[in-house]
Design a protein around this ligand. Structure first.
Ligand SMILES: CCCCC/C=C\C/C=C\CC/C=C/CC(=O)SCCNC(=O)CCNC(=O)[C@H](O)C(C)(C)COP(=O)(O)OP(=O)(O)OC[C@H]1O[C@@H](n2cnc3c(N)ncnc32)[C@H](O)[C@@H]1OP(=O)(O)O
Length: 581
């Protein structure tokens, strides 16, 4: 019965060919989100799908949807005989499902997410094509599920692979288990699954979880593919289905129940706690490397208060490695200044490309090679909001949070270097806000108060005044300070966050702007006892030189002082000698 269906499917796919696939099937195409590309080789009939979703090729809803659609199309493309899945990231094939999709999920999205994951698995596992995985990096959990759904796996040495779901306090779905059993056997699967084992490539080879090790898995797959393609497709395909039919049938029969279980299981309190802890551990590895960044948020909030009424046409934007389209949109919308941040994982080539394409267009195009990204978000619903046709004004976007909800911003979070770049540029911090669920925090010493609901995401991108006005809670009259509860950590932070003290400091700083440092410090110390010595430690002895600067910048200096690292010191030096970058 199953084979009959398969034959029918193959026959109907033949007739669908012309319709389903674009004429220009051969060559390289990119996904809508630029998260993967497909290179179709006319001569060999082999299509290479290269996943490139930074930072980890983690599978979120949109990524899965697009990838799945691409695979389904290839499955129907007559001229395609083989598919190779690989990654352009240097050390990750795929980090599996995007944990953020499962952590504090929205029910509807969670359901869609799992449905799509089932779908992509089916598309791969029951693909009539020869499908191979060139596993050129780590491939845990969902990454391994994807690899197991292919016909042949070649992996780069040293990286790890396995179904480690139990490590996250969750359970691999039965169909993934079945596919693992089919590859490495019942006993080994049970052992691996219960213990959430991650195997190095070398270990994985020993238990047949992968088929080969190679320093160049893609090349090795391409070579191996040629052997497979020597055989007639129909015989190979039918043999594949004879082997896999029962697993596919079982999955299809059980998928509704599987979905129901998943959507019930994931939101459970215990599961959420486990996922939260796992995420914390994942993130904290990196966090340790980042210095405390005391008060961006609060300062922005203050700036909003000062600037909302008189914003100018200056536009700043933060561009990241994937933001070519964004840059175009910015140009169309009147953007004049662009700051490009780079961090160590950025794709240098892509950044150069952005720079070359857009240098002429922007008045200022500045790259900060050493910037450090705290968090990165992608923008959902870009088209929906038409945001790029709207903004005429200033900018920004950004939100400090380590909230792990499905925030979606195609922008990077505020960086430490912002203050002096920004000068008088209006900054809007748009959040859905008040009694709902925000937010804002710095890396370590403020705590998230509440969560941001996902509908807030679009708001965060609305920085046109008109749009702004459409959101009553974001009108300029908004008392933004209410959004944030601060937990003062030191006198310095206290100064920045205490409304009265801050006012006092402002008055004071205005008054003393041109005064010699020695006269300033004692006054500062009156407000904030440790600040004087902190400034001295930092060798800030020339407050008088910053006389051109807006007094708000001084607030930024305080912030930088508080973060107390070399980078901040440099900024302070620049600050004290220059008005704007
Ligand atoms: C009884 C009833 C049963 C009912 C059963 C019904 C249904 C089944 C139920 C549930 C099944 C759910 C199935 C889940 C399958 C999955 O795929 S879960 C995801 C598991 N993935 C992982 O555990 C991988 C985690 N990541 C890593 O270990 C490492 O990142 C890495 C892949 C080894 C790479 O390490 P490396 O040092 O190179 O990179 P970083 O760790 O710095 O990562 C970069 C960046 O990416 C973020 N990140 C990594 N992985 C993920 C992820 N999976 N999701 C989201 N984000 C991820 C990481 O946090 C870093 O972010 P940054 O700090 O902001 O830069």
């Amino acid at each position: 019965m199953f084979l009959r269906n398969v034959m029918r499917k193959i026959a109907s796919q033949k007739s669908l060919n012309g319709l389903a696939i674009k004429k220009n099937y051969f060559g390289t195409t990119s996904s809508l989100l630029d998260d993967f590309s497909i290179n179709a080789n006319e001569k060999t009939g082999v299509s290479v799908i290269t996943m490139s979703k930074t930072p980890a090729n983690s599978l979120n809803l949109e990524f899965i949807q697009e990838l799945s659609m691409a695979i389904q199309k290839l499955n129907m493309e007559k001229s395609c005989r083989g598919i190779i899945l690989t990654s352009s990231l240097p050390s990750i094939f795929s980090a599996g499902l995007d944990i953020l999709e499962m952590y504090q999920p929205e029910p509807d999205r969670l359901e869609k997410f799992w449905t799509e994951f089932q779908e992509i698995w089916l598309a791969l596992y029951s693909s009539p094509k020869t499908v191979m995985s060139a596993i050129n990096g780590h491939s845990p959990a969902g990454g391994c599920i994807i690899a197991l759904a292919t016909d042949y796996r070649i992996m780069k040495p040293k990286f790890t692979i396995g179904l480690n779901e139990t490590m996250l306090g969750i359970v691999a779905p039965f169909w993934a288990e079945d596919s693992m059993k089919a590859v490495i056997g019942q006993r080994r699967s049970e052992y691996s699954l219960q213990l959430g084992k991650l195997y190095t490539a070398e270990e994985a080879l020993q238990i047949n979880l992968i088929d080969e090790i190679s320093d160049n898995p893609l090349q090795a797959c391409e070579d191996e593919m040629m052997n497979w393609l020597k055989l007639p497709d129909h015989a190979r395909t039918l043999t594949k289905f004879q082997n896999r039919g029962h697993i596919i049938e079982k999955m299809k029969k059980g998928r509704k129940e599987d979905l129901e279980k998943f959507v019930k299981f994931i939101p459970r309190e215990g599961i959420q706690m486990a996922l939260g802890t796992y995420l914390d551990n994942l993130k904290s590895r990196k966090k340790k490397q980042l210095k405390t960044c005391v008060s961006d948020v609060e300062l922005i909030v203050r700036k909003i208060k000062y600037n909302l009424e008189d914003y100018t046409k200056t536009t700043f934007f933060y561009l990241g490695a994937q933001d070519g389209i964004l840059a175009e949109n910015l140009i169309n919308s009147g953007c004049k200044k662009v700051i490009v941040t780079e961090h160590k994982k950025s794709n240098e080539e892509h950044l150069n490309e952005i720079q070359n394409r857009f240098r002429e267009k922007f008045l200022r195009f500045t790259r900060f090679p050493n910037s450090r990204i705290i968090e990165e978000y992608k923008l959902d619903g870009l088209e929906e909001k038409n945001w790029h046709t709207q903004p005429k004004v200033a900018v920004i976007l950004t939100l400090l949070t380590n909230d792990r909800s499905k925030l979606s911003l195609n922008s990077y979070l505020l960086r430490k270097q912002f203050p002096f770049n920004f000068g008088r540029t209006p900054i809007f911090l748009l959040t859905d806000n008040t009694e709902s669920k925000v937010i804002l925090m710095n890396e370590t010493n403020l705590q998230t108060e509440k969560r941001i609901p996902s509908r807030a995401l679009s708001y965060m991108f609305l920085y046109d005044r008109t749009l702004l006005a459409e959101i009553p809670r974001l009108k300029p009259s908004q008392k933004y300070t209410k959004l944030i509860k601060i937990q003062p950590k030191s006198d310095l932070v206290d100064l920045l966050y205490d409304e009265d003290k801050f006012k006092e400091a402002e008055v004071f700083l205005k008054h003393f702007f041109n005064k010699p440092y020695e006269r300033v410090i004692p006054k500062i110390e009156k407000i904030c006892p440790n600040l004087g010595s902190e400034l001295i430690d930092m060798n800030i002895t020339m407050l008088d030189r910053v006389k051109d600067l807006d007094f708000r910048i001084i607030g930024e200096i305080f912030r930088l002082v508080a973060s107390n690292d070399n980078y901040s010191r440099n900024i302070i030096r620049v600050l004290s000698s220059r008005h704007e970058f």
